[in-house]
Design a protein around this ligand. Structure first.
Ligand code: GUN
Ligand code: FE
Length: 423
């Protein structure tokens, strides 16, 4: 049996707002599955090799539940445009380049490495509409050690004719061809990905809903991100009272559905998410960059919705999840100030929970380093930072969330495997 024992200052998010802390502790996994966090190494592990990281923090790795792989080359661009203009001017032309498999290979290899070296080991990710590039993306993620779900994007209307387009028939056939080829992957699985309602004909939505049911596939898309988008959806589906119903109508709305943004979801739409068990992905950077709005995350949590975080690159301008956690916290404070101090903001332990345990829950894990979870962990060295006073592990975690520290991630485990080491 393979035994992994990591020693250090172990901090994990046991529940929303609660950290479990074991200084000089031992995080143990057998065959890649966590058996526990121990202040003293249990007798029966005596003699097994221990990787001793001294005083370094041992943390859960991140789950980024919404990002667009083919937008990686345009990070930080077009940020003065609102969503629909930004899609046409930047996102669609950039995604079009992934018709070229060589280009896809180069970019996706870099992306996969950047994710792992920043401690992101689980994703729900959009590819482009290209089947071959999507398979290349899955291959590069798998090789680098990233786990989770990837979707070939479906977009058979309101796309970029001559640049980035597919007919309804092509979209269906290519989705089937892609699903066939996905069987070769172990850690990266397919997820159906209608881009958003304006991008998909009713016929295509119905096809995808049927496919999701027949093959038990999860679904990801965008919901209520921007007011012009919402008005457009209303025009396209006059029979639906609200945006979410355009997904529900076609069987794309259940407890494995992931919906990015939900900035403008009102009480009724939020109730529909809670009742169905849909996971909301809050993407604070993107929402601010392209002026979509400030999502009411605290209210969603109070109402019992499942909420995780996403970098949403390249609406978001970076994929470092420490920053994404900090941005979610800042957004909750902006919301509090806008709402007349009526709602609470997210504390650091709450933000940390959303970036780690809440995302991991989508993959069936229990919060924190719970026994039975696959080992997803990072080692973080903060010893190069000045010490204002002797810091507790919780203070150190807070500082790591806020302070950008290039190279601070020293090692990463993903699904039990050591996939990155800075040495
Ligand atoms: N809605 C439809 N496509 C996109 C996209 O690529 N990014 C964002 N942020 N929203 C979208
Ligand atoms: Fe997005």
């Amino acid at each position: 049996m393979a035994i992994t024992i990591l020693k250090g200052a172990i901090v994990s998010a046991r529940s929303l707002g609660k950290l479990d802390i074991t200084e000089k502790g031992y995080l143990v996994a057998e065959n890649g599955v966590i058996t526990g966090v121990f202040p003293v190494l249990p007798e029966h592990y005596a003699g097994a090799p221990v990787e001793d990281f001294g005083d370094a923090l041992i943390l859960q790795s991140f789950a980024d539940l919404h990002l667009h792989a083919p937008q990686y080359p345009m990070l930080g661009m077009g940020m003065d445009l609102p969503l629909l203009d930004w899609l046409n001017a930047y996102a669609f032309p950039t995604e079009a380049r992934f018709a070229d498999p060589d280009y896809a290979r180069t970019i996706y290899r870099e992306l996969a490495h950047e994710l792992i070296s920043h401690g992101t080991t689980r994703v729900c990710m959009f590819s482009s509409l290209h089947t071959d590039a999507t398979l290349i993306l899955m291959d590069e993620l798998e090789k680098a050690g990233v786990t989770g779900f990837v979707g070939k994007v479906n977009m058979d209307r309101n796309n970029a004719p001559g640049v980035l387009e597919e007919t309804t028939e092509e979209s269906k056939q290519e989705t089937l061809r892609w699903l066939e080829a996905c069987q070769d992957f172990t850690h990266v699985k397919p997820m159906l990905t209608p881009r958003f309602t304006p991008s998909c004909t009713d016929e295509l939505m119905a096809f995808l809903g049927k496919l999701a049911a027949e093959r038990d596939l999860p679904v990801q898309s965008h919901l209520s991100e921007n007011s012009a988008e919402i008005a457009w959806v209303r025009q396209l589906h006059p029979d639906c009272r609200q945006y979410w119903e355009t997904y529900a109508k076609y069987g794309l709305w259940n407890d494995r559905t992931v919906m990015a943004h939900c900035v403008w979801s009102d009480e009724r739409e939020r109730k529909a998410m809670r009742d169905a068990g849909v996971t909301v992905v809050h993407c604070a950077d993107s929402n601010q960059n392209i002026c979509s709005g400030v999502a009411p995350v605290r209210v969603m949590l109070n109402e019992g919705l499942k909420v995780a975080l996403g970098s949403d690159i390249a609406g978001g301008d970076h994929l470092d999840m420490f920053d994404v956690v900090a941005s979610a916290i800042r957004a909750s404070k902006a919301r509090r100030m806008m709402d007349g101090w009526q709602t609470d903001f997210l504390t650091v332990p709450e933000g940390w929970y959303l970036g780690t345990s809440a995302g991991a829950a989508y993959f069936g894990e229990q919060p924190g380093f719970a026994p039975g979870n696959p080992l997803h962990a990072i080692v973080l060295a903060d010893d190069r930072l000045p010490q204002p006073h002797p810091l507790t592990p919780a203070e150190r975690l807070e500082r790591c969330v806020y302070r950008r520290q290039p190279g601070a991630v020293r090692a990463v485990w993903s699904d039990g495997r050591k996939v990155f080491s800075a040495e």
